[in-house]
Design a protein around this ligand. Structure first.
Ligand code: FAD
Length: 396
């Protein structure tokens, strides 16, 4: 048939928003839309620090894709993408092949290890439901192991590499979780050590310094030891080596130090910077008018020439404009330029504590934590309406 085929790779923030908007905007038989995702659920990456630490169930961080999209309008394919072939307008899946006229790449990023030896092998990452289930079980298991081998204090030492948003949000949850685990396993809390190690001269680089100081104080009071301005030189099965060769023994290293683009993007032959593609103002891949890239795999610069950090916020806004531009292309109408509208940023620091900047103001403490809940609930509302808010929203 002559109906254009749109294939969306990845049901993350960017992919889901693109699919939902296409579903709404396209007329009957105007295009065939297929959404491909590794899992039959969409997960809220921005919530994963909680199930990773064990302060919330992973069920609250995901929703099945069939509950989000209208399967009469969009074909959902549960499969893993193994190759993108722009020259053939084809995508190779683990169990088949799809051809497309328009492609949307929203596969999310991958951990960036900056070539630090041992990190890829020995550190865990907060990236998906499966990766956080592993972290949660691993942490619990260290307490159980310690009871059998009480000389192994490294079982009770937890290292988080990176003090960006993910690292700070996770360490806030971990600090809340430790007292619960100490009680459950009859462990003296003073034996537990939590380190946050960051190479940059500050935690949360680029964030408001007064809020950063507030956040570090809150976390220090909860028992976190910060090692800021300290680079991890190596990660081993025994722990990490930092600075000038100091070894910190630990059975648990969680790396949150950076994100790069998905390897499939480089392998497809696109020009990349740290695995990301510098897309045009319409969100298209240079040289490929039919390929759009949204989310962590896209690289865009702000008016001052600095790259926008990869966030769910920008991925969602890109999804909306991407869908608009796909519909416009099909209808031979002009495309819309993407303009990022910064709604602010809030980082949680564990239960009832957060720091944030929104509406041009700074917030900290309980009110910031409330703001964080509002942002989470707003997202649930955007993708799934009131029913999803009622099923997954955490109000207290
Ligand atoms: P993702 O949301 O990463 O989704 C990618 C999808 O593609 C997934 O569903 C995955 O299963 C699928 N996929 C991957 N590979 C394949 C494959 N080969 N085949 C098929 N499917 C595949 N951002 C904010 O704006 N605010 C926050 O407060 C915030 N907090 C965060 C807290 C944490 C703990 C973390 C880890 C991140 C946080 N972020 C936050 C960043 C934000 O989560 C990411 O920028 C965002 O998820 C990127 O969205 P995306 O659409 O690019 O891809």
């Amino acid at each position: 048939s002559n109906i254009p085929k749109i294939v969306i790779l990845g049901a993350g923030y960017g992919g889901v928003l693109t699919a939902l908007r296409l579903q709404k905007e396209l007329n009957y038989n105007e295009a065939d839309v297929t959404l491909v995702n590794k899992h039959d659920y969409h997960y809220f990456t921005t919530h994963l620090h909680m199930p990773a630490a064990g302060t919330d169930a992973h069920e609250n961080a995901r929703v099945s894709i069939s509950k989000l999209i209208d399967e009469f309008k969009i074909d959902f394919v549960k499969s893993t993408v193994v190759q993108i072939r722009p020259q053939d307008k084809k995508v190779i899946l683990e169990d088949g092949t799809l051809s497309y006229d328009y492609l949307v790449i929203g596969l999310g990023g991958e951990p960036e290890t900056f070539g630090i030896p041992g990190l890829a092998e020995h550190a865990m990452n907060i990236r998906s439901i499966n990766s956080v289930r592993l972290i949660r079980e691993h942490i619990d298991y260290q307490f159980a192991r310690y009871k059998r081998e009480p000389h192994r204090t490294d079982y009770l030492t937890f290292i988080v590499g990176g003090a960006g948003f993910t690292g700070i949000e996770f360490i806030g949850e971990l600090a809340d979780r430790i007292p619960v685990l100490c009680k459950e396993f009859d462990v003296d809390p003073s034996l537990v050590k939590i380190y946050n190690i960051e190479a940059a001269p500050t935690a949360l680089p680029g964030f408001d310094p007064e809020l950063v100081e507030y956040g570090m104080n809150v976390l220090t009071k909860k028992g976190v030891t910060f090692r800021i301005g300290t680079a991890i030189k190596e990660c081993t099965a025994e722990g990490v080596v930092v600075g000038e060769g100091e070894e910190i023994k630990s059975a648990t290293v969680i790396w949150t130090g950076g994100i790069r683009g998905n390897r499939l993007i480089e392998e497809a032959g696109f020009e990349t910077m740290r695995g990301r593609v510098k897309i045009d103002e319409f969100l298209r891949c240079p040289g490929h008018e039919n390929i759009y890239i949204v989310g962590d795999n896209s690289l865009m610069f702000n008016p001052e020439g600095r790259p926008y950090p990869p966030t769910a916020q920008i991925a969602m806004q890109q999804g909306v404009v991407c869908a608009n531009n796909l519909v416009a292309s099909i209808r031979n109408q002009p495309l819309k330029t993407f303009v990022f509208s910064n709604k602010g940023t809030v980082a949680s620091l564990g239960k009832g504590e957060a720091i944030g900047v929104a509406f041009g103001k700074k917030y900290k403490g309980r009110f910031a934590a409330l703001l964080k809940k509002v942002i989470d609930i707003r997202y649930l509302f955007i993708i799934g309406g009131i029913p999803l808010v009622l099923r997954k929203g955490k109000f207290f």
